[in-house]
Ligand binder design. Structure first.
Ligand SMILES: NC(=O)c1ccc[n+]([C@@H]2O[C@H](COP(=O)([O-])OP(=O)(O)OC[C@H]3O[C@@H](n4cnc5c(N)ncnc54)[C@H](O)[C@@H]3O)[C@@H](O)[C@H]2O)c1
Ligand SMILES: C[N+](C)(C)CC=O
Length: 489
């Protein structure tokens, strides 16, 4: 498979003809060779998006027509579901059933934003000034740079592409250089759906060249980034060149609070899913369990017993429950954190090493790992590991649970398990997080906003706020009876 960039309606190679092999993390086989762009290619893509925005054709296309094209993209994704899901599994190692679910979510995101495209007709304001009218309208922001990570490649791209197009912007997307396959395929569907040349452009390549140009360029009006906190900080600085609008979806260290009155079977089952789904490579992974002391030992015993049996393997095998980590480099990072946890005095209750099974030796696998005896001052509790590593801390009171839950720099998501709904609601109001689940973990959908408090990010994706991110608000005031003011007589 040889894949190209899509700039100004043309499939093109990088200006310097560089390419990159894309590796299957399950067995390290080369699955594709993609053109590898750099700053020069990003410049060409930004110039195309700038021309397409400045000629006004897309922004002034009736919103219902833009919505129809975005709807068609959703429909095409639905009919390419199996092909796209298989590519996502090859590229990320996640199970095919996860990838199929992702494709359903992605199609729904396009269809949701297609439906919203023509729903905001502006607002008439009751002007306090006699003989005047006042209205508020929303307009597209302009040229949007969009940068995505490797863990949910097409899903994170969809959260940016669909609202940007629906709102009448032009864009340049740069997916993670290690997982570009499904994003390239979706740009083929954009072409089929009739997205005009120059409106949606795709640049492939590394972050520090192709990506950096998008955040620095004074021709880009908005930069939307999903990825790690350190990259997010660089992008925030680079965005200051022209004070571009900024949306950041960063990491998390998400607490999962379990009270002793929760159903233990449900809480254990959900805690496993929260921490080990997609090998813990999820921004909202429930990587910190806070469990009420009276339930601690029973909870840990049950958790360890079940986590031992998580079946690692090929994402295409029916019985695989979790795939590999994304790369050798990422597995080394996870291993380094496990070593830090042990040095800090956390007790390894499970895992803490690579699996020994022969059939897993070519992949970047790591065993589900559980640390107990954890305390809030440990790096293993504070920092995002982004792997299958769960820390467990006991608590005595609700106040202590809330204080511990809030005690990191992050504020992406968290959960509370209890049968006492009043207690749950009370805790929810005190958690400084963008999403809080009660007696569940992980649900997200197109209709509800997603984003972080504190250093987990700026802005929101999905829901109405996810469309508003891609609009400017304009107030239009009209004097209906103009007369000289005679202020300066
Ligand atoms: N909040 C969310 O919704 C959400 C969702 C998914 C992932 N994430 C976060 O993403 C991280 C994992 O993804 P990752 O390892 O791909 O992140 P990363 O920050 O390393 O890379 C993300 C993207 O940024 C690009 N990039 C790197 N350096 C750049 C630079 N200097 N300028 C511009 N672009 C640059 C990369 O090429 C890639 O496309 C985790 O921290 C995870 O929590 C957050
Ligand atoms: C936002 N989400 C949960 C889909 C992916 C986070 O990594």
């Amino acid at each position: 498979m040889r894949l190209q960039m899509y700039i100004d309606g043309q499939w093109v190679d990088a200006v310097d003809d560089e390419t990159r092999d894309i590796i299957n993390p399950y067995n390290q086989e080369v699955i594709a060779n993609v053109t590898e762009g750099n700053e020069e290619d990003a410049k060409k893509a930004v110039a195309a998006a700038r021309r397409a925005f400045d000629n006004g054709a897309w922004a002034t296309t009736p919103a219902s027509e833009r919505g129809a094209i975005v709807h068609d993209i959703g429909r095409l994704i639905r009919s390419s579901r199996q092909e796209l899901a298989e590519l996502e599994t090859l590229d990320t190692g996640k199970t095919l059933s996860e990838s199929l679910d992702d494709m359903d979510d992605i199609a729904n995101v396009f269809i949701y934003f297609a439906g919203l495209a023509d729903k905001d007709g502006g607002e008439v304001i009751d002007s306090p000034i006699p003989d005047s009218t006042s209205k508020v309208v929303r307009e597209p922001v302009g040229v949007c740079g969009q940068i995505t990570p490797w863990n949910y490649p097409l899903l994170q791209a969809a959260w940016k592409l669909a609202p940007a197009l629906a709102a009448g912007n032009t864009l340049v997307m740069k997916p993670s250089e290690i997982t570009p396959l499904t994003t390239v395929k979706v740009f083929e569907l954009f072409e089929q759906a009739g997205v005009p040349a120059g409106v949606a452009n795709l640049v492939l390549g590394p972050g520090n060249t192709a990506g950096a140009h998008l955040s620095e360029s004074t021709d880009v009006d908005l930069i939307s980034f999903t990825g790690g906190i350190d990259t997010g900080k660089k992008i925030m600085q680079a965005a200051s060149t022209n004070v571009k609008k900024l949306a950041l979806e960063l990491g998390g260290k998400n607490p999962n609070i379990i009270f002793a009155d929760a159903d233990i079977d449900v809480a254990v089952d959900q805690a496993l899913n929260a921490a080990f789904f997609h090998a813990g490579q999820v921004c909202s992974a429930g990587a910190r369990v806070l469990v009420e002391s009276s339930m601690h030992d029973a909870f840990v015993d049950a958790l360890v017993k079940r986590a031992k049996h998580i079946k690692l393997g090929n994402g295409f095998a029916e019985d695989t429950q979790s795939g590999p980590l994304i790369s050798a480099e990422h597995r080394e990072k996870v291993e380094a954190y496990v070593a830090i946890g042990q040095e800090e005095g956390a007790k390894l209750a499970l895992g803490g090493k690579r699996p020994e099974a022969e059939e897993l030796q070519q992949g970047f696998f790591y065993l589900p790992t559980i640390f107990t005896n954890c305390t809030a001052d440990m790096r293993i509790v504070q920092e995002e590991v982004f792997g299958p590593v769960l820390t467990v801390e006991p608590f005595e009171t609700t106040e202590e649970a809330v204080a511990k839950a809030n005690d990191t720099i992050y504020g992406l998501a968290g959960a509370v398990f209890t049968e006492d709904i009043a207690k749950a609601e009370n805790v929810v109001t005190q958690l400084r997080m963008g999403t809080v689940w009660i007696n569940d973990f992980h649900p997200y959908f197109a209709q509800a906003p997603w984003g972080g408090y504190k250093q987990s990010g700026i802005g929101r994706e999905l829901g109405r706020p996810g469309l508003e991110e891609y609009t400017e608000t304009k107030h239009v005031f009209r004097n209906t009876n103009p007369e000289p003011l005679e202020w300066f007589k």
